[in-house]
Design a protein around this ligand. Structure first.
Ligand SMILES: [Zn+2]
Length: 327
C-alpha cells in the first residue's frame, strides 16, 4: 500500500534519513508473505538496503551529521555485548535486519540508529549505495570469510541473475577462483558470460552436478555458494569435490532439505550457514565498490510508488542483478 505516514520522530541515538534509494531483497517478499521468522508490527515499512542524506540527528549523536550522504548497514546489533565488542556483531543475541526488525527504506524518511549509518563514498550514486550492502556483505562472508576461496579453486555459484549470485560471482573472481554458475535462460547466460564467468550451466535442461563434474575432470567444485534451498540443494552437494565446502545463506525455494550423513562424512564435506555479515566485512566491500573492483549490477530502477510492481518483477525471476526504488 502506498500512502502517507507521519514523519518519524527522533529518539536517543537515532538519525532521520531522507531516503534517496532503496534496493529490493527477498526478505521484503518474506515479510509481506508473513513468514513467522520475521515478526513485524503492522503497519510496517519494508526496505533493508537504503541510502540517502542525513536530515536530522538526536542531540547525543556524533557518528553522522545532517547533510551527510550515507547508506544503512542492514545488520542491527546492540553494540555492547561480548560478540559486538569482538566485532562479531552478526552473532549478537539482538541481531536483526533493518526493514524487518524496524521500519525500513520504502519511504521518504526513515529512522535509523546513527551507528548503523556509513558514509557513502563520493563517487557512488545513491542507487549503487542501496544496491550493494546486503548482497555484497552476504556474498563476501560466504565466499571469503566462510568459504575461504583460494586462487585457482573452482566455485559453483547458483543463480547468476540473483543479487547474491551476481555479487558472489564478482567476489569469487576477485579471489582468483574459476567460477561456474547456473542460469535459467539463454539471455541470462550471455549476461553471466559478460561478467567473466568461466562456465555457465542452464539448470532447466542440464544436470548441474553432472556438468560441474564434466567441467572439472570428474573432481567437482571446491566451494558451492548455495542460497536457494531445496531446488538446488541435491545438486549442490553432488557437485562438491571431496573435502568441498558448501556455504549457504538462503532458502528462496523453501526451508526443508535432506542430507545423507554417509555422504557428508565419507566425502568429508563442510556445510556452513551464514547470515549477513559484520561491520568490518561491510567496510571491506564498501572499499572495493568505491574502488570499482566490485560493481553491483542494477537491473532496473522504479519510483517508490511502483514498489509493488518491483516486487512482482522480483518474484518473476525475470531480472538480472538488483531492483532499486528511487525516492
Ligand atoms: Zn550485541
Amino acid at each position: 500500500m502506498y500512502e502517507d505516514r507521519p514523519d518519524p520522530k527522533l529518539a536517543s541515538g537515532q538519525a532521520v534519513l531522507r531516503v534517496k534509494a532503496c534496493a529490493l531483497n527477498h526478505i521484503d517478499i518474506w515479510i509481506r508473505q508473513g513468514i513467522p521468522a520475521y515478526k513485524i508490527q503492522l503497519p510496517h515499512i519494508s526496505g533493508t538496503d537504503a541510502s540517502g542524506v542525513v536530515e536530522a540527528v538526536a542531540p547525543n549523536v556524533t557518528d553522522v551529521a545532517p547533510g551527510q550522504r550515507v547508506f544503512v548497514n542492514p545488520g542491527l546489533s546492540c553494540g555492547r555485548c561480548v560478540e559486538c565488542r569482538a566485532g562479531r556483531d552478526n552473532l549478537c543475541s539482538t541481531f536483526g535486519v533493518f526493514g524487518a526488525a524496524c521500519d525500513g527504506g520504502y519511504a521518504e524518511r526513515t529512522l535509523v540508529p546513527a551507528r548503523s549509518l556509513i558514509p557513502l563514498p563520493d563517487d557512488l550514486s545513491f542507487e549503487v549505495g542501496a544496491a550493494f550492502p546486503l548482497v555484497y556483505l552476504t556474498a563476501w562472508r560466504l565466499v571469503v570469510t566462510l568459504g575461504q576461496v583460494q586462487p585457482g579453486e573452482t566455485v559453483l555459484v547458483h543463480a547468476a541473475g540473483s543479487g547474491v549470485g551476481s555479487a558472489a560471482i564478482q567476489i569469487a573472481r576477485l579471489a582468483g577462483a574459476r567460477v561456474i554458475t547456473t542460469v535459467g535462460s539463454e539471455t541470462k547466460r550471455d549476461r553471466a558470460l559478460a561478467m567473466g564467468v568461466d562456465d555457465v550451466i542452464l539448470y532447466k535442461r542440464e544436470d548441474v552436478a553432472e556438468q560441474v563434474r564434466a567441467l572439472t575432470g570428474g573432481r567437482g567444485a571446491d566451494v558451492v555458494v548455495e542460497h536457494t534451498g531445496p531446488e538446488t540443494w541435491p545438486s549442490s552437494l553432488a557437485a562438491l569435490a571431496k573435502g568441498g565446502r558448501l556455504v549457504t545463506c538462503g532458502a528462496t525455494t523453501g526451508p526443508q532439505v535432506s542430507l545423507d550423513l554417509r555422504s557428508l562424512f565419507s566425502r568429508q564435506l563442510t556445510i556452513r550457514g551464514s547470515y549477513l555479515g559484520n561491520r568490518s566485512e561491510l567496510e571491506a566491500v564498501t572499499r572495493l565498490v568505491a574502488a570499482g573492483r566490485l560493481a553491483p549490477i542494477i537491473d532496473s530502477i522504479y519510483p517508490l510508488a511502483e514498489a509493488r510492481k518491483a516486487q512482482e518483477v522480483m518474484l518473476s525471476r525475470n531480472f538480472f542483478g538488483k531492483l532499486v526504488l528511487r525516492v
